[in-house]
Design a protein around this ligand. Structure first.
Ligand code: FEO
Length: 390
């Protein structure tokens, strides 16, 4: 589908309405899009990012509809295949085109797409490209979410093309953000799943972008932000060191003991006026859990003991929390065991990246006795004190 953004600037990407998983890992409840942009200058033209290779014909059709007979530059902001994968097809159709990318992206494109070295030219941070009345500036914005990523800025129109950065997995017919709440949630999910581990570097990228006047952000997934403050403010909030007073409880129970303990814990928190959100790990969208980890102050895992260790569902959640590196400040574990085990130690060993203050875990033998529930009261009191002092 060809859609005009401004004179000589077009959206030429595709919508993937039905994709359910990304990387065979990340749930996509709302599908996604692979946005690509075509910019025609008075002398030269450029395509910014391409699309997932499954959609190559639709992409070529869009370019044909735009009347593109010759392509001068293909700008590859990011080497991941959902944006770069159609470059070989483009080069077959437009062999005169030159691929422009960061130095790190060049070696990645050579590895991933088997392009020829002389088809690629490295551009430097701050370098500009004059298309004739339209000037593109390349801005290094690394680690959003691979090391080679850069953004492209159209100076005359103040449009930022940041590829994944600020994007959202959201298939919609809206070219621009219309439902801000819907896009906010999709963008937060996207940040949670792939950007959060790089929070501190993203903070630096955001600071760098403050030198630019940005009237529009055109990412390579999801709708375009014609009111960029919305997503810029959200990112500033997500990458800040501030946490929100909320207790996240990812848990699993086998015979009901952990369930009883966790439910008592949740009810006690609610009685104390503390915001709490449980996630039953046997039936969870891990993206929802990741969203909650973006700014929650506290996470308390719940797990029974299986063969001396945590339940595998809790292992998966702990591994995920560890790789996502949330800014969570406090943590603990609630659980149960039958005869012996090192469930808590093994679970904690999986999360070295969580720089948290740990409350003493509460682990009951079988279904909890009175003293176990008193321990949960102690845990709730400690959480309450810390949240009041946030
Ligand atoms: Fe949308 Fe990192 O690719």
């Amino acid at each position: 589908m060809l859609r005009k953004i401004k004179d000589d600037i077009y959206s030429v990407g595709v919508i993937d309405w039905h994709r359910k998983l990304f990387d065979e890992l990340i749930p996509l409840p709302d599908g996604t899009s692979y946005n690509s942009y075509f910019i025609q200058g008075q002398e030269k033209n450029a395509i910014i990012d391409t699309v997932e290779p499954d959609f190559d014909q639709e992409f070529l059709d869009n370019l044909e509809q735009a009347g593109v007979e010759k392509v001068d530059y293909i700008i590859s902001n990011h080497a991941e295949q959902d944006h770069s994968g159609t470059i070989p097809v483009l080069l077959e159709k437009y062999p005169e085109a030159e691929v422009l990318c960061s130095a790190k992206a060049k070696s990645m494109l050579l590895d991933l797409l088997e392009l020829k070295e002389d088809q690629i030219r490295v551009v430097e941070d701050g370098e500009t490209l004059d298309l004739g009345g339209k000037t593109l500036e390349f801005i290094d914005t690394p680690w959003v979410h691979w090391p080679e990523t850069m953004s492209t800025y159209l100076q005359e129109e103040n449009i930022l093309f940041p590829c994944d950065f600020f994007g959202s997995h959201l298939a919609t017919s809206d070219l621009y953000v219309e439902d801000e709440a819907e896009v906010f949630k999709a963008a937060k999910r996207y940040y949670a799943e792939i950007m959060m581990p790089f929070r501190k570097i993203i903070k630096k990228n955001l600071a760098k972008l403050e030198d630019y006047e940005i009237d529009m952000i055109a990412p390579s997934h999801g709708p375009i932000y014609d009111n960029p403050e919305m997503i810029l403010d959200a990112y500033h909030d997500w990458v800040s060191d501030e946490v929100k007073p909320q207790v996240i409880v990812p848990y699993v129970s086998m015979h009901g003991s952990t369930d009883d303990l966790v439910n008592y814990f949740i009810d006690s928190l609610i009685d104390e006026g503390i915001k709490v959100k449980p996630f039953n790990l046997t039936d969870v969208d891990l993206g929802d859990l990741a969203i909650s980890l973006v700014d929650a102050s506290t996470v308390v895992f719940g797990s029974p003991t299986v063969l001396t260790g945590p339940h595998p569902a809790a292992v998966y959640a702990a591994y995920l929390a560890n790789v996502l590196k949330p800014k969570t400040r406090y943590a603990s574990i609630i659980g149960s065991y039958g005869w012996a085990g090192r469930m808590t130690d093994k679970l904690l060993d999986l999360m070295p990246n969580l720089k948290v203050e740990l409350y003493d875990p509460v682990v009951a033998k079988g279904h909890g006795a009175d003293e176990d529930y008193q321990e949960i009261d102690r845990l709730v009191a400690e959480i309450k004190t810390d949240l009041e002092n946030l």
